[in-house]
Design a protein around this ligand. Structure first.
Ligand code: ATP
Ligand code: MG
Length: 235
């Protein structure tokens, strides 16, 4: 087993003007390659913030993020982008599709960045896996929230990530589509050994991961380390 993600004493404070909001205060955990993990906690507790720091999308105020052996703390934005492109898939809470590109073109972006061949065919295949092949030429504004979510999933998969971060991946989906997305995530974990880190309010989904990390009160964390039960009030 190798450590894929090592988080050491991670702190994040947002500064705007003379206001300082400390969201994360000393988070520690590490994940082994192939692990599945959920991050749970109330709205505003810092789950999206933590996910973004783990994935190298943002920089911590202090502490360390070591992703697949690469210490992200002092890397430039470009260097972090390279690491992300090499190892990371990310499904955003608000999708973040490029509005001027069609569904297929959005999925093609990471493939093109990697200099791959047959990007159109690969993008169509990925859209097919999320049930959207027929909508490939639609722009994000022409898709429902759940459909945008699935394009975002296909785009994250196209990177063949070593580690996949998903912020509320089933949050906008009806039960049937949600289960299909869930299946795709766990299939990717099982078939490709992709490490999964999910933020979710869905207890049933959280309990399907090996481990649950709970953030509470915006700045504290408890970590189950092993399969556990979390009371529904805490999600
Ligand atoms: N760029 C920012 N600047 C200032 N404050 C921010 C910024 N991003 C997030 N925050 C604040 O940090 C806190 C944590 O936000 P975050 O989005 O991480 O919460 P969350 O746990 O993901 O919540 P939710 O479950 O609603 O998605 C919130 O109080 C939020 O207002
Ligand atoms: Mg969030």
């Amino acid at each position: 087993m190798s450590t894929i993600l090592d988080i050491q004493d991670l702190k994040k404070t947002y500064n705007s003007g003379d206001r300082h909001l400390t969201v994360l205060e000393g988070i520690n955990f590490s994940l082994q390659a192939g692990d599945t993990c959920s991050i749970v906690g109330p709205s505003g507790s810092g789950k999206t913030t933590l996910l973004g720091l783990c994935a190298g999308l943002d920089r911590a105020s202090s502490g360390s993020v070591i992703l697949n052996g690469v210490k992200l703390d002092n890397l430039s934005e470009d260097e972090r982008a390279q690491v992300r492109n090499q190892y990371v898939g990310f499904i955003f809470q608000n999708f973040q599709l490029i509005p001027t590109l069609t569904a297929m073109e959005n999925v093609m972006v990471p493939l093109e960045l990697r200099g791959e061949r047959n990007v159109q065919r690969q993008a169509m295949e990925l859209l097919g896996r999320v049930g959207l092949a027929e909508r490939h030429d639609h722009y994000p504004t022409q898709l429902s929230g759940g459909e945008q979510q699935r394009v975002s999933l296909a785009r994250a998969f196209s990177n063949r990530p070593t580690i996949l971060f998903a912020d509320e991946p089933t949050g906008n989906l009806d039960e049937e589509t949600g289960q299909r997305v869930e299946q795709l995530l766990f299939d990717l974990n099982r078939e490709s050994g992709t490490t999964l880190v999910l933020v979710t309010h869905d207890l049933d989904l959280a309990e399907k991961t090996q481990r649950i990390i709970r953030i509470k009160g915006g700045n504290a964390v408890s970590d189950t380390g092993a399969p556990v039960s979390v009371s529904r009030d805490e999600l």
